[in-house]
Write a new protein. Sequence first.
Lengths: 412, 250
Amino acid sequence: MKTLLIKSVVSLSLILSLYALNIQTVMAHGEKALEPFIRMRTIQWYDVQWSKQKFTVNEEISVSGKFHVAEDWPVSVPKPDAAFLNISTPGPVLIRTERFLNGKPYVNSVALQPGGDYSFKVVLKGRLPGRYHIHPFFNLKDAGQVMGPGVWLEVSGNADDFRNEVKTINGEVINMETYGLSNGIFWHVFWGALAAAWLLWWVRRPLFIARYRMLQAGLEDELVTQQDKHIGKAILIGVPIFVLASNWMTISEYPKAIPLQAALDQILPLSAQVNAGMVDVDTLKAEYRIPERAMTFLVKINNRSDKPIQVGELAVANVRFLNKELAMPSQDNTDRMIAPDGLTLADATPIQPGEERTMTIIAKDALWESERLDGLIRDSDSRIGGLLFFYDGLVGERFISSITAAVIPKFN
Amino acid sequence: MSANLTKQIFRPYTGEKARITRAYDYLILVLALFLFIGSFHLHFALTVGDWDFWIDWKDRQWWPLVTPLMGITFPAAVQAVMWEKFRLPFGATLCVTALLIGTWITRVFAYHYWNYFPINMVLPATMLPGALVLDAILMLSNSLTITAIFGGAAFALLFYPSNWPILGMFHEPIEYGNGQLTVADLFGFQYIRTGMPEYLRIIERGTLRTYGQYAAPLAAFCSALLCSLMYTLWWYIGKWFATVRYLNKI
């Protein structure tokens, strides 16, 4: 007994001691958990922008951007026949009021085409005050969540001020926060009261031991009386009649009710934004040097545009490796991981119009490791994918090409 | 104890014995209530799950098929014990009441206060009308066969119409995003669920197609047939796993 008491006190102390530790709130939501080859070779996000990061309850903001659906879609990941552009939030602290894909509003899931280019916009409205780290992301059916770049949003104001009113086809304006609640509670209370009455009808008299003895003694007739049977008959007849009557009344009250809508939206991709035919890139080889955290690409670039171009950026998953020699204005205002001088070119001179050049590009930064992208070499599918951004150094015109290659690890 | 008693020598407990047996009644009832709140609620959350959690999952094909089928399990098992051993015809009502108590607690505290969903988006369904009829049929028929066939069927057939007064208004159409939605669909779109993409919903999918666009009655009659079988199965589960041997030692 004494040993048990000591064990209990020690266990309780250990548990309570956890509260004394300075435990930080979790600030992530598994962005790095998904295998790197899925993050790099499914949805390739770029130019993601939030209209505002500080706003009040009831105020609307939007997140917009673009994404390329990788051509080199992993064989182990089901094709994106049903995908849902979602927002990672800790519950509905914001509500989604509108969503557009390629400028078209849509509500349900959508089929995406590998190799396709899309633009998106999601309009959100502040509901609960607080500071939240929010990402746009895609739920891919049978594959999981592919996170886009996130930001910290600060919602101020009072939660009680939140209003969400919509108009039905009949013209009735309803408050989504309370619509149908009192009616639902009424019916639950109504049936709950009948059930409680039925239970109390039996519980008021001796139950288990007394009834068991009587049943064993053959006094079954005394356990269920005529009055009980009358009540049972009333339930048997009354409840179905009442259910059908209330059902009929509801049908009459809402004659325009429709079934739930679950159609898959069909939205065609934009005209090619990535691999648009101006700059062709063929990735000949990719090596990852583990001690240096450096990915070396050997690429063959064919500049078919009429402008000299330079490599400005490599984007893989949510990491951007920039060429510091070519500072171009960013079209992305998210908390995306950036290696500002992470991109090195073996030949930094502009690629002239019509020129085909085979060159080495090195993307080097600790982000390969901290963003858990180097886990690629331990995956069964160790191919890399990303977007290579070229700029015309004179007028800043941008060309985007996708790259993909098997990765060879170099351990020393 | 009284296993060998006959009508002639049966003497009801009086005085202290009667008070103790009554205290025992309340003890068992309270324990049973908490047991069923926990176990039936867990069973229901794991089997019916999202169909009962969300207003935009309650379709007219799968929801009325799955919910009564999974909902008749515990009522059948508890009825087997309560009726066969004690002639108490409230097993189904007790179970469903316990389920609803547990459900409402989670909807209010877990879904609303903890995860910020409006309660009307997570309104639970009720199976109480079916449970009352199931209890009444068992009491009046004193027959497993009749209760399974007619009670099981009634439990399934009453489910959709008894919930339509709660849910009908959520099926009002709305023009939204160049399309038509129900109010329930709009809840699913507006109130963000990170782990619940729209495509996970199982809305009128599969080969159980409608006849003349009447999906709900077809699903309800299919459920009625299956509920009759499920009722019998769970009656015997209740019977096999219950014992009164401790009563015999009193």
